[in-house]
Design a protein around this ligand. Structure first.
Ligand code: NAP
Length: 529
């Protein structure tokens, strides 16, 4: 069999783009295969109103090129989807990436051929390409979840999923809208849709915690200061569990006097953003400590939302930070608008979608358009959509029947020469994705360089190394409260999905050490030939 490429990369989001750049720098031939018509991944697909990153823009950016860091100008504290997509396109132009990206093509199958030690990659366009390595860069939240609500196909009006939003945008002016979900995508889009639509009805299954973004244009003096000391900021971020440079107060919430605790929460709330959960070191370790933060947020909801019944429905009852914390711009305030109705479907599932709306708790709700802000088949959904076949024709689906099993979230035993950027078992979704992506890409690129230098062509995680890492991922998950609720982290949003806490929660610094130790040990835990 003739080798078409040294590496095939699946996906042209931030992971696939940087991977291509590193492969080229290393002198490897590569092709990126991308389903969309353009680069940007998450930021290409999620074009719903209000979509923006909840990591500050100066940190949610590549660091591999100091020139890029200096040249690019972010305009707001939290960048909007169009701005981030603009950045992705700028990177693609700047590093001339598009000529090695095959757009509008989906990889459907990839089979490891044990005779030649090559992967055979098949696409929906009929390609059959042989490659030494396959590197997945498909994103952790890229396989939209459309819940199987009876009657969904009968709805007469348009249905939109936040994770696959029309490129031309949607004008809700004069329309009545029904929206299912109150996760991050809903919390960002609800205020904007409410402003435009005639009426918005929100169907909430689980109330969610959100912290105000206090988004604002970036102060040029602050940007100058960041740009003058970018290396230091990036280095500090790498020492933080989430890979984000914000202050962590390691004190215990419950051991802090009430007045001081309230002062700390008040200051974090006033500053805004995800750093709220770092107000105390034990918020995700201790129920009682967690309750103090949850109570604080609930008191804020009661302050903002005028109708006490609505405020009560909006007040989350579960652990704060257990599901992914959200960051908003005017979310609670939106429920004071006369054109917004909140329907609690927490105690009884939505009965059915009807041709003119939906039926919940025996009551019909009519609307012109339906928005599904219902999330994703997270972490494994995109990977399992491809029919991966490793040694002996074994499928990845079978290998992961009881939940994903990887070595470092980067490789899978039985699937040689397959690398998974930000795969399950890596910190990924618990961190700032961009530095995590860069760390993975660098690790993979360095690995390929090292293999070539030694004349090696096959790398495969050993079963025992994988088992030990899966044990480590499970052990660290059990220490935190984060693994205790029905979140997408544990696959609970997808009926029938095995309940396993999928990301590694030991923190980015510990994870980097684990990866580096494997390299220092001569790729300990891998069989190389
Ligand atoms: P999500 O957090 O999974 O939220 C989905 C929502 O839909 C939940 O409220 C869920 O309720 C509800 N839902 C699902 N099926 C339902 C059904 N059959 N009936 C009623 N309600 C149903 O999804 P997401 O909001 O798209 O966010 C996913 C992740 O993407 C986030 O956690 C975050 O990591 C990332 N994200 C980031 C940003 C950002 O950076 N700003 C923005 C958007 C998304 P339950 O809670 O009861 O399951």
């Amino acid at each position: 069999m003739k080798t078409d490429f040294d590496a095939i990369v699946i996906g042209a989001g931030f992971a696939g783009m940087y991977m291509l750049h590193r492969l080229r720098q290393g002198g490897f031939s590569a092709r990126v295969i991308e389903a969309g018509t353009g680069v940007g991944g998450t930021w290409y697909w999620n074009r719903y109103p209000g979509a923006r990153c909840d990591v500050e823009s100066v940190q949610y950016s590549y660091q591999f090129s100091p020139e890029l860091e200096q040249d690019w100008e972010w305009t707001e504290r939290y960048a909007t989807q169009p701005e981030i997509l603009g950045y992705a396109n700028h990177v693609a132009d700047r590093f001339d990436l598009r000529r090695d990206i095959q757009f509008e093509t989906r990889v459907v199958k990839a089979t490891f051929d044990e005779q030649t030690n090559l992967w055979v990659v098949e696409t929906d366009k009929g390609d059959r390409l042989a490659s030494r390595f396959v590197i997945t860069a498909m994103g952790c939240l890229s396989s939209p979840n459309t819940p199987k609500i009876p009657g969904l196909a009968d709805f007469k009006g348009p249905t939109y999923h936040t994770g696959n939003w029309p490129h031309e945008g949607v004008d809700f002016t004069g329309k009545t809208v029904g929206l299912i979900g109150t996760g991050s995508s809903a919390i960002q889009s609800i205020p904007l849709i409410a402003r435009q639509a005639k009426h918005l009805t929100v169907f909430q299954r689980t109330a969610n915690y959100t912290i105000p973004a206090h988004n604002a244009p970036l102060d040029p003096a602050y940007v100058r200061q960041v740009k003058a000391s970018y290396r230091e900021m990036r280095a500090r971020a790498k020492t933080k569990p989430a890979g984000i440079d914000f202050d962590i107060n390691w004190a215990s919430a419950i051991e802090t006097p009430d007045a001081e605790r309230d002062r700390v929460y008040g200051a974090r709330w006033a500053y805004g953003g995800l750093g709220f959960i770092a107000a105390f070191g034990d918020l995700l370790l201790n129920d009682e400590s967690n309750r103090t933060a949850a109570d604080f947020v609930r008191s804020k909801i009661r302050e903002v939302v005028k109708d006490p019944k609505t405020a009560e429905i909006l007040s989350p009852k579960n652990i704060i930070g257990c599901k992914r914390l959200c960051v908003d711009s005017g979310y609670w305030e939106t429920f004071n608008r006369p054109n917004v109705t909140l329907v609690d479907v927490g105690d009884e599932p939505i009965e059915r979608v009807t041709p003119t709306g939906l039926r919940a708790k025996g009551q019909d709700h009519d609307f012109d358009c339906l928005v599904l802000a219902t999330g994703f088949d997270a972490m494994t959904g995109a990977l399992l959509r491809v029919d991966f076949r490793g040694r002996g024709g074994a499928t990845l689906k079978d290998a992961w029947r009881e939940g994903p099993k990887t070595f470092l979230g980067l490789t899978v035993a039985g699937f040689p020469n397959l690398f998974t950027i930000t795969g399950p078992g890596s910190p990924s979704v618990l961190t700032n994705m961009l530095p995590s992506i860069e760390q993975h890409v660098d690790w993979i690129a360095d690995c390929l360089d090292a293999m070539r230098a030694k004349g090696l062509t096959v790398i495969e995680a050993t079963g025992s190394a994988q088992e030990a890492w899966v044990g480590e991922v499970g052990k660290s998950a059990n220490i935190t409260l984060r693994s205790t609720c029905s979140s997408w982290y544990v696959g609970a949003n997808i009926p029938g999905k095995p309940r396993v806490f999928m990301p590694y929660i030991g923190g980015l610094p510990a994870y980097i050490v684990a990866c580096d130790e494997v390299v220092a040990g001569g790729y300990k835990g891998f069989a190389l030939s």
